[in-house]
Write a protein that binds this ligand. Structure first.
Ligand SMILES: Cc1cc2nc3c(=O)[nH]c(=O)nc-3n(C[C@H](O)[C@H](O)[C@H](O)COP(=O)(O)OP(=O)(O)OC[C@H]3O[C@@H](n4cnc5c(N)ncnc54)[C@H](O)[C@@H]3O)c2cc1C
Length: 262
């Protein structure tokens, strides 16, 4: 983990609510960054907002040694981040946290992501694609306009399935049918999820039912991202006992079966 300054290469709006940022970090090798990990970023150079904001890595580009993020403009921090300009320096801390497990020789993996969870799972999808692992992705959002990077995923050979609230296809009952069909038809042996409690609960059920390896990337309010402030806790079950862990230290990627999803 490092505290350093990255150079903003671009920072642009890609649709009504989401932005796309690319950075380079002088003196760094992006090969050290793994899908699922995140950076804790200061959105401004002055004091307000004081706290850093966590963002998952959307894309790790080994060719030009750069990193990309996708983010939803929500509140004070992300509004300020969207104002940052190319060539400015960005104060970043990371990479932080655990990464996804990609099993060599996997027959097929299924990703189930909602909203900006698509950014987090995209890094995994690109990495699996490079290893020649067949990858299928169910992308969920409020509307088609909110579906991120579908074209980029398809260009990387990932088969995508879009479900939306607007089209009334995003409810767990519909997604269950779709996910089961993909699991059975394509010999899926691992599932990964991010961005929705409802869909994570569904994938927890399905991964238990079909005996699949399963991981979740959790997103919670985060303070220091160094394990000191205990802002980002969640409960896990280990040896039949409930234990509280810090997502920044023990996550954000965790075995799905362990996580208590209320
Ligand atoms: C490990 C991790 C990875 C993440 N990766 C991404 C990413 O790739 N792209 C992205 O757009 N967002 C990501 N997030 C969420 C992102 O950090 C928050 O949206 C951001 O901090 C909001 O900051 P803000 O100042 O704009 O909003 P605030 O003014 O702080 O809050 C706006 C709204 O967002 C909620 N919120 C604030 N912080 C979080 C949080 N950490 N998690 C969930 N809800 C929050 C608040 O309750 C409020 O309703 C990630 C969060 C975590 C923990």
């Amino acid at each position: 983990m490092n505290l350093t300054k990255a150079e903003i290469l671009f920072n642009q709006q890609i649709n009504r609510r989401y932005w796309h940022m690319k950075i380079s970090i002088p003196g760094w090798d992006v090969q050290d960054v793994k899908p699922g990990q995140f950076f804790h970023i200061r959105t401004v150079d002055h004091v307000n907002p004081l706290l850093r904001r966590p963002f998952s890595i959307y894309r790790i580009n080994e060719k030009d040694n750069t990193l990309e993020f996708l983010y939803l403009v929500k509140g004070a921090g992300t509004k300020k981040l969207a104002e940052r300009q190319p060539n400015q320096l960005l104060d970043i801390f990371g990479p932080v946290g655990t990464s996804f497990t990609i099993t060599e020789g996997s027959k097929g993996i299924l990703l189930v992501a909602r909203g900006v969870g698509i950014a987090t799972l995209s890094a995994l999808a690109f990495a699996a694609g490079q290893k020649g692992i067949p990858c299928y992705a169910i992308l969920s959002a409020r509307s088609r306009d909110d579906i991120l990077v579908e074209k980029e995923l398809q260009q990387a050979g990932i088969r995508t399935f879009v479900v939306t609230d607007e089209e009334k296809t995003s409810d767990p009952a519909f997604v269950r049918g779709l996910a089961e069909e993909i699991i059975l038809r394509h010999s899926i042996d691992a599932v990964y999820t991010c961005g929705s409690r409802r869909l994570s609960r569904l994938m927890k059920e399905l991964s238990a039912q079909y005996g699949l390896f399963a991981e979740i990337a959790l997103e919670e309010h985060m303070g220091c991202a160094m394990g000191a402030c205990f802002a980002c806790v969640c409960d896990v079950v280990e040896n039949d006992e409930i234990r509280t862990i810090r997502i920044c230290q023990d996550g954000p990627v965790l075995p799905l079966q362990k996580v208590v999803l209320n």
